[in-house]
Design a protein around this ligand. Structure first.
Ligand code: ADP
Length: 681
């Protein structure tokens, strides 16, 4: 059964002189409670009719209606059922109206007693969605109702009658009870005025108003706090995002956060989980306390720092001078007097830190990114000022720490990008240089070859000696080109990282012997300076790729001989330089190298006299190749010279094999340590 007419409309038709008014839901709740309180405070027979839009609204008041039913003769509660609300006669009558009934949009309350009468009869106003507030709280409390609230007995009785008729339609079996109620209304109608004591009603209403105001204030305060937090986070975020420089990010963040929170000391620094200490660079002091700038701030031996690292969340000490240290969640950080630090670091123990820097309340908030600790935000109150951090403050600091993390990662990414850009630019320059140099290096011998061959073909009468010279030049430049191409291919193979190193234990002596014998096969004995090898027999084996090591030795020996007169000397030496490496030196008494060129000689195509004026031959790639090989084999190479005509020494290191003693025996050496073949040169 359903009735589509509104009780409010029925009332306005009956009493057209009535004027409706607008009420917010919160006002209706206050008024209804104040009216119900009249019943609860009153004596004598009374009638209460309450109509709720939905069962759930009634549920919130069900307990109250039990108490009301103890005070009133007749209580009727109407609601649209949602679960088990039904027509029932218990301590009071419940009437389940159809959800399609106009009652589902209305809010009614009638209370009639001997000394009071009041009614509230309202219909919910449908607010267009665009006008409705977006927050849940605002939409519920700001729901609007239009209707009448009055103490006028005549109106109250008319409303009661309209509602009783509606109840009768739903619950015909209550006819007798309802006619008794109507008879009661006749009596109530005759009472000319309300002679109730208005005080409880007014008091109650004021209490509701106050409570409402209090809620409002609370809401304003929380909105203001939220707004302040958002403004601060935004301003810090904007400031730190403007920069890609981590130092500037820290400087801005520490200042803004320090000013906002007005702590005694605010620190922000970069750190890792494993850091022993950090030098403080960014600090904000909000009071006359000692500055930590420039101080080494203990981290790993500070249990508070350890707790942050372990839990990856902020930790907070209420009283840093207390014994023991107890975190805000009750965890004990450090038992009294315990010393987890090394005795030598005793004065760096956290207790002493707290005392030395007069820290009363100590907060550490980690700056994290993907479970990686990037830095820390610290806030101290100092002296005797203990501070209870509020959730809002902690939330704010957390939010700022997050922003700092994002800004740092952004700065890091930017720095990488800049590095990559620089590397790319450098690569581009190298590539262009390489093409130019290679072109030039290839063209030069090619031109000589061409000139020689042209002369030979166009001048058949050329004297045999000249002919021989021409052929010799063409041949030697062909050989130079072959070497250049060979070296170029070797270098690009090494630089691309495509070389497979075949490491094995080898005696260095064998490599030296191989390099010397190949040098002697290639060069006329008379042209060479005196060469001596000083390799102690008891040297440990080296863990290396023999073929490549011989290549390095050959190139260094070639150079030494090339740049030393036949009257000079070349010495190959080796010794164990104390560590896990053998140091090999190829020294000569030749033309030497200027001190400012000692590093440049390892550049590709570096030749002191320039390619065109070269008298000694060579490609300018030899030392670049040596550096690639030695580095690839786990060592390093460098040059020393006292300058022009002072001779040169080229040193390089090779890793020693980590072997058991018997593995180093000569037997094993010859079986396992044979160098398969010398590289083709
Ligand atoms: P190159 O084929 O020209 O020898 P390298 O890369 O082997 O190319 O050497 C580069 C340059 O380093 C040489 O041209 C020479 O100027 C200098 N250099 C190398 N070894 C010696 C040395 N033992 N004495 C003096 N200068 C040397």
């Amino acid at each position: 059964m359903s009735n589509s007419t509104s009780i409010l409309e029925d009332l306005l038709q009956t009493l057209p002189e009535l004027r409706t008014q607008l009420y917010f839901k919160s006002s209706l709740t206050a008024l209804s409670h104040a009216m119900e309180d009249q019943v609860l405070a009153g004596v004598g027979s009374s009638l209460v009719i309450a109509s709720f839009q939905r069962e759930r609204f009634y549920r919130q008041e069900a307990h109250r209606y039990l108490r009301i039913s103890e005070r009133a003769d007749q209580v009727y509660v109407l609601a649209a059922p949602e679960t088990d609300f039904a027509n029932r006669s218990g301590q009071y009558e419940t009437i389940a109206f159809a959800p399609t009934d106009a009652l589902a949009h209305e809010w009614h309350l009638v209370v009639i007693g001997a000394r009071y009468a009041a009614c509230l009869i309202c219909r919910e106003k449908q607010v267009p969605i665009a006008e409705a507030d977006s927050t849940q709280l605002a939409t519920d409390q700001a729901r609007r109702f239009e209707g009448i609230w009055t103490f006028d007995r005549k109106t109250v009785c008319v409303v009661a009658e309209l509602l009783l008729d509606r109840i009768l339609a739903y619950r015909p079996e209550l006819a007798t009870k309802i006619s008794q109620a109507k008879a009661q209304l006749q009596v109530a109608r005759r009472i000319s005025a309300n002679n109730a004591d208005p005080e409880p009603f007014a008091e109650r209403l004021v209490t509701y108003l106050q409570a409402g105001q209090y809620k409002l204030l609370k809401a304003y305060r929380s909105i203001a706090a939220k707004e302040q937090k958002e403004r601060l986070v935004n301003s810090i975020t904007a400031a730190i995002r403007r920069s890609f420089d981590p130092e500037e990010i820290f400087a801005v963040a520490v200042r803004e956060l320090g000013q906002a929170l007005r702590g005694c000391r605010c620190l922000i620094y970069r750190c890792k989980e494993t850091d022993l200490s950090v030098t403080i660079q960014h600090e904000y002091l909000g009071a006359a306390v000692d500055s930590l700038v420039g101080q080494a701030w203990v981290l790993r031996d500070n249990p508070l720092f350890q707790a942050v690292v372990e839990h990856q969340e902020r930790v907070y000490l209420n009283d840093a001078q207390a014994d023991p240290w107890v975190l805000e969640d009750g965890r004990t950080v450090l038992p009294p007097g315990s010393s987890i630090a090394q005795p030598s670091a005793r004065e760096a123990q956290p207790e002493s830190l707290a005392q030395r820097w007069t820290i009363a309340t100590w907060l550490m908030v980690p700056v994290m990114h993907q479970n990686r600790l990037l830095g820390m935000v610290e806030l101290h109150t100092c002296g005797g000022t203990l501070h209870e951090w509020t959730e809002a403050e902690l939330g704010l600091i957390d939010a700022i720490a997050t922003q700092i993390g994002v800004a740092l990662i952004q700065a890091e990414a930017y720095a990488h990008l800049e590095d990559l850009n620089q590397q790319l630019a450098a690569l581009d320059v190298t590539r262009s240089n390489l093409i130019a140099i290679t072109g030039h290096e290839l063209r030069t011998p090619l031109s000589t070859i061409q000139v020689c061959l042209e002369s030979l073909s166009t001048e058949p009468d050329m004297p045999p000696e000249l002919r021989q010279i021409m052929l010799q030049s063409a041949l030697s430049d062909t050989e130079r080109m072959r070497k250049l191409v060979q070296d170029f291919l070797t270098l690009s193979q090494l630089e691309s990282g495509r070389v497979q190193w075949h490491l094995e234990p080898l005696p260095l002596q064998e490599c030296v012997d191989l390099a010397l014998s190949s040098l002697r096969t290639r060069q006329q004995q008379g042209d060479l300076p005196e060469i001596t090898a000083q390799v102690p027999v008891d040297l440990p084996l080296v863990q290396t790729d023999g073929e490549w090591l011989v290549e390095v030795l050959s190139k260094l020996l070639d150079n030494a001989c090339k740049f030393t007169d036949p009257q000079g000397r070349v010495v190959v030496q080796a010794n164990q330089n104390g560590g896990q490496m053998l140091e090999v030196t190829v020294a000569d008494t030749g033309r030497g190298i200027e001190p400012n060129r000692l590093e440049t000689v390892f550049d590709r195509f570096y030749q002191e006299e320039g390619a065109l004026r070269r008298t000694t031959g060579g490609t300018g790639l030899g030392l670049a190749i040596c550096r690639q090989i030695v580095t690839g084999l786990g060592g390093r190479i460098w040059a020393e010279s006292s300058g022009k005509d002072q001779g040169s020494q080229f040193h390089f290191t090779v890793p020693i094999v980590c072997s058991k003693p018997e593995e180093a025996s000569p037997k094993n050496r010859t079986e396992r340590g044979k160098i398969p073949r010398a590289r083709s040169r």
